[in-house]
Design a protein around this ligand. Structure first.
Ligand code: PMP
Length: 392
């Protein structure tokens, strides 16, 4: 059949339905969904409360362009700011994680009058030009040069590599007067789930303060319970000047992003281009708000912490296999690192066995189950993973 989608390679499974932590294909085969739209699924698929929130808003038939103030948007912004770490007081409305990162760059540049952006190498921050310039080179493919004035420090894959990264940052910030912001993820999810030591980010934040550089946390993947906290920045007691949100705050039911900023950043960055036609449309807002309310009511952040720790324990014995280098995880985000480039093959075997997992590169299997996963399903997934990794 002639194909019309300009996609980037897609697995040949056609899902037609969701149910809790499962996706179901057109032949009725059930797959335990450990991808959850990549750090996005929270309350489970085909959630009745979500369907109700979306359909009742749709029936009102109202679409409010960003020209107007809206009480519901105002209330949701207040809720996000009340949950957020530090002193974030304003939310910029947008449609995706990439756009949230774009706003972070724009706000940082406008607020400081400087242009440089420093980030951690190899980490993914989105597909748009600015976000891709913050992010890793390998993801840029053939898109050509990045935007100007984006710099990198090395990703510390092991805790003993952190001093080298801190020293590189210190040296860099000392030598430059044109750096607006440091941007990174509080846990490096997309590069293979690397969890920094508790002292790493406080040291980075301190350096940023010392050199007048804004400290930005991209919580698009880590936020809203994924790492066992509503904001992963709180794991390390951080007070970011800017936080980016997307993915899990929608639960996979809406197309929404947000950039949370301090009052000071807001005042100094007024006037940047900020009109996003689809930013926080009423149906998306109804879905996202309901999703956040359910996460809070059902304490899904704590569930992610508890069930995630349980799943990690179940998977740790995999390190006894020769082929497995490391099993990593925090909350409900995990990676299994192999010595050889077999992650795609293991993912394929998992599909055949009814489990959906992804990979960040040929060595690292990656998965981020829905936050509502229970222990029974964690066991079911762990058993499949052990089987496809060749554990008796
Ligand atoms: N930042 C991070 C940390 C992400 O994981 C992603 C998506 N993988 C993005 C930004 C971009 O989000 P989106 O795909 O919604 O544009």
């Amino acid at each position: 059949m002639q194909k019309y989608l300009a996609d980037y390679g897609s697995a040949p499974i056609e899902f037609t339905k969701g149910e809790g932590c499962y996706l179901i294909n057109k032949d009725g085969k059930r797959y335990l969904d450990f991808i959850a739209s990549w750090c996005t699924g929270t309350v489970g698929w085909r959630n009745k409360e979500m369907a109700e929130a979306i359909s009742s808003q749709a029936k009102k038939g109202v679409s409010i362009p960003p020209l107007f103030r809206d009480q519901k948007q105002e209330e949701f912004a207040a809720l996000l700011c009340s949950l957020a770490p530090g002193k974030l007081t304003r939310a910029i409305r947008c449609t995706s994680g990439s756009e949230a990162v774009e706003f972070a760059i724009k706000c940082a540049r406008a607020a400081t009058g400087k242009s440089g952006i420093i980030s951690v190498d190899e980490v993914y921050h989105g597909h748009t030009y600015g976000a891709a310039s913050v992010g890793e080179a390998a993801q840029r493919g053939t898109m050509g040069p990045t935007l100007e004035n984006f710099y990198k420090i090395p990703l510390p894959r092991r805790h003993d590599e952190e001093p080298k990264t801190i020293t590189a940052l210190e040296k860099f910030l000392k030598s430059r007067k044109d750096i607006a912001a440091f941007i990174s993820e509080p846990v490096w999810t997309n590069v293979g789930c690397f969890v920094p030591s508790p002292s790493f980010y406080p040291a980075v934040e301190k350096l940023c303060r010392k050199h007048g550089v804004l400290f930005v946390m991209d919580e698009v993947a880590t936020g809203m319970g994924r790492c066992g906290r509503m904001f992963a920045s709180t794991l390390w007691n951080l007070s970011p000047d800017i936080v980016c949100l997307g993915k899990s705050f929608t639960g996979g039911y809406a197309t929404m992003g947000a950039t949370l900023i301090t009052e000071s950043v807001f005042k100094k960055s007024r006037g940047i281009p900020a009109y996003s036609t689809f930013g926080w449309l009423q149906q998306d807002l109804a879905a996202t708000r309901k999703n956040v309310e359910i996460i809070l009511r059902d304490k899904l952040d704590q569930n992610a912490q508890n069930v995630g720790a349980y799943l990690l324990e179940l998977l740790k014995p995999l390190t006894s296999l020769k082929k497995v280098r490391e099993v990593r995880g925090i909350g409900m985000v995990f990676a299994i690192e192999f010595h050889l480039p077999i992650a795609p093959l293991i993912a394929l075997k998992a599909y055949r066995n009814g489990l959906l997992v992804a990979f960040t590169d040929a060595h690292n299997l990656f998965f981020s189950p829905p936050l509502c996963l229970n222990k029974k399903l964690a066991r079911e997934g762990a058993n499949i993973l052990k089987r496809v990794c060749g554990m008796k």
